[in-house]
Design a protein. Structure first.
Length: 144
């Protein structure tokens, strides 16, 4: 890898797209925080994106690995085993998110532009997670 890809401690920097994928995976968490911050319009915001409140609570589950990755990214050398396992959890979460929207459509939810855009973004994110060499190296480089 190019020297610019390393930080001052000699560790590979996580790619910028990694952070965007984490935001995509934690989208329900992001919505939850935004709704909590805007108290007056929070309920309306949640109802706009999640008319069925059960889907909202279920939507938080696949975002857990992304939230953990946000929290552990700066301490990946401190928790090397957890960091390595987290890569596979992120892949699993991405597959779940990719299947989630079509499953909702099959169960009667109407197809929308936002839903289609999320499916396309989920496909691109999964391909990127599987094929980016630098990202895989970031998860494998940590020594115990």
């Amino acid at each position: 890898f190019h020297p610019v890809h390393y930080d001052a401690h000699g560790r590979l920097r996580l790619p910028l797209l990694f952070w965007l994928v984490l935001l995509l995976q934690a989208r329900t968490w992001v919505l939850f925080v935004i709704a909590g911050a805007s108290r007056e319009q929070g309920t309306a915001l949640l109802n706009l994106f999640y008319p069925d409140h059960d889907n909202f609570w279920l939507g938080l589950i696949p975002g857990i690995p992304a939230v953990l990755a946000f929290l552990l990214s700066g301490r990946r050398a401190t928790f090397p085993r957890t960091w390595r396992v987290l890569y596979f959890l992120l892949l699993l979460a991405q597959v779940v998110l990719l299947c989630w929207q079509p499953w909702l459509w099959l169960n009667g939810e109407s197809v929308s532009g936002i839903g289609l855009a999320l499916v396309v973004a989920d496909i691109v994110a999964l391909i990127w997670l599987l094929t980016n060499r630098r990202l895989r190296a970031c998860f494998n480089e940590v020594k115990e």
